[in-house]
Design a protein around this ligand. Structure first.
Ligand code: HEM
Ligand SMILES: *[C@@H]1O[C@H](CO)[C@@H](O)[C@H](O)[C@H]1NC(C)=O
Ligand SMILES: *[C@@H]1O[C@H](CO)[C@@H](O)[C@H](O)[C@H]1NC(C)=O
Ligand SMILES: *[C@@H]1O[C@H](CO)[C@@H](O)[C@H](O)[C@H]1NC(C)=O
Ligand SMILES: *[C@@H]1O[C@H](CO)[C@@H](O)[C@H](O)[C@H]1NC(C)=O
Ligand SMILES: *[C@@H]1O[C@H](CO)[C@@H](O)[C@H](O)[C@H]1NC(C)=O
Ligand SMILES: *[C@@H]1O[C@H](CO)[C@@H](O)[C@H](O)[C@H]1NC(C)=O
Ligand SMILES: *[C@@H]1O[C@H](CO)[C@@H](O)[C@H](O)[C@H]1NC(C)=O
Length: 325
């Protein structure tokens, strides 16, 4: 048996087994099995996002919601069934849009390589290519994610940070996903694009912050008046407002500039300036060319895209993204 002995052989065997079951993400995972996969995604996104630029924000947010609940496994894409309420039908789903977009890309890829490319990878690639198409940062997307078979609305509620979180609850939420305070500040920068609904995302900041008919004192009072003219009643759940007004379609630093002017839209945005580490990260970003934000956002996105991924023999490759195969 030589020097390593039986125990050693068993140990190596277990390692090899774990390696094959666990696998790992890598760049160009589909190079041999579906060489056009990434190009199909990119071509479709480049062709259609310019006609519907607001979808880029929705798709970026969908990727975030996917990764924070059971890892980036496309659980966010599953439909509810008669016996299960899926993440999609959880309260934080507000304005999640673009499911049809993902499903179309999936069908284009299925036509070339049936049963090979996961919905989780497609969502990760679509989110990246959409942001690039509107002039935002490029980040690397290693592939090899497999699709989950469980989607549970309660878990979405438990795992997604709320717009009413403060700095410490945000920090804890991100830490539970392996992300630190820099990642929190950088990824919140995703709010440089997109929109939000008055209720339930921020109207209580204007009308009933602590339940005494008061306003959030951390919100600039002039800005609060502007917002109140938009959201006339606290229950208004149809009016939308840009999170980074003036440049809500442009990936830039103005979201962070607004934060320092106490004009962040959510309590969770404002909270980033309530902590000295948060403030210093924001100041560093604002004192550097926008390319620093892009580079660091890219690193945090790559990190987010690796949260609790299923690889190797775990999970499955769905045929349709809305149903378990
Ligand atoms: C830090 C914790 C976060 C909280 C509490 C949060 C919360 C929210 C809320 C409440 C909305 C508005 C929903 C609505 O009213 O329609 C929203 C929108 C959005 N979020 Fe976040 N978010 C967070 C982090 C992120 C991250 C990490 C990303 C991506 C990197 C992201 C990207 C977006 C985008 C792009 C939108 C706009 C969606 C659209 O225009 O349809 N958010 N977020
Ligand atoms: C969000 O969930 C509600 C139920 O809570 C459901 O009626 C609605 O269709 C869902 N929205 C999306 C985009 O899935
Ligand atoms: C969904 O998740 C919650 C919280 O973890 C759990 O209590 C519940 O049993 C799950 N529901 C299903 C149908 O598995
Ligand atoms: C943040 O929120 C949590 C949960 O609501 C609360 O226990 C904590 O005291 C808050 N922290 C600060 C600094 O307000
Ligand atoms: C967060 O993690 C990144 C590496 O992923 C590191 O570069 C950065 O310094 C960390 N930030 C903090 C505040 O620990
Ligand atoms: C404000 O919140 C409190 C406590 O949640 C509630 O009792 C009251 O009705 C609310 N007021 C308004 C104007 O919504
Ligand atoms: C919006 O509010 C109305 C009236 O309160 C309610 O009937 C409706 O279900 C709400 N819509 C959503 C998407 O929550
Ligand atoms: C999933 O639900 C959506 C919205 O209800 C529906 O349009 C779609 O056909 C469903 N997909 C499947 C595969 O059942």
């Amino acid at each position: 048996m030589g020097k390593i002995g039986y125990v050693g052989v068993i140990f190596l065997g277990v390692l090899a087994f774990l390696g094959s079951v666990q696998g790992q993400l890598k760049f160009g995972f589909y190079d041999q099995t579906c060489p056009n996969a990434e190009k199909i995604v990119q071509d479709y996104v480049k062709k259609h996002i310019p006609n519907a630029p607001s979808l880029a924000a929705a798709l970026l947010r969908m990727h975030f919601h996917d990764c924070f609940v059971r890892g980036c496994d496309a659980s966010v894409l599953l439909n509810s069934s008669s016996t299960n309420t899926a993440e999609k039908d959880s309260p934080p789903n507000l304005t999640l849009r673009g499911f049809g977009f993902i499903e179309t890309v999936k069908s284009l890829i299925e036509a070339q390589c049936p049963g090979v490319v996961s919905c989780a990878d497609i969502l990760s690639l679509v989110a990246r290519d959409s942001v690039v198409t509107i002039g935002g940062p490029f980040w690397r997307v290693p592939t090899g994610r497999r699709d989950g078979t469980v989607s549970n609305s309660t878990e979405a509620l438990l795992n997604l940070p709320s717009p009413f979180f403060n700095f410490s609850t945000l920090q804890a939420s991100f830490a539970s996903k392996g992300l630190n305070v820099s990642d929190l500040v950088l990824l919140s920068g995703g709010h440089t694009i997109g929109i939000a609904h008055c209720n339930p995302s921020f109207a209580t900041r204007l009308y009933n912050f602590t339940g005494r008919g008061d306003m959030d004192p951390s919100l600039d009072s002039e800005y609060a008046e502007v917002l109140k003219r938009k959201c006339k009643v606290p229950t208004d759940n149809t009016t939308i407002f840009e999170m980074d007004p003036g440049s809500f379609r442009t990936f830039d630093l103005s979201y962070y500039r607004l934060l320092l002017k106490r004009r962040g839209l959510f309590k969770s945005d404002a909270a980033l300036t309530s902590d000295s580490a948060g403030r210093s990260i924001i100041n560093e970003l604002l004192n550097a060319p926008v390319s620093k934000f892009f580079d660091e956002f890219a690193m945090s996105m790559e990190k987010m895209g690796r949260i609790e991924v299923k690889t190797g023999a775990y999970g499955e490759i769905r045929r349709q993204c809305a149903v378990v195969s």
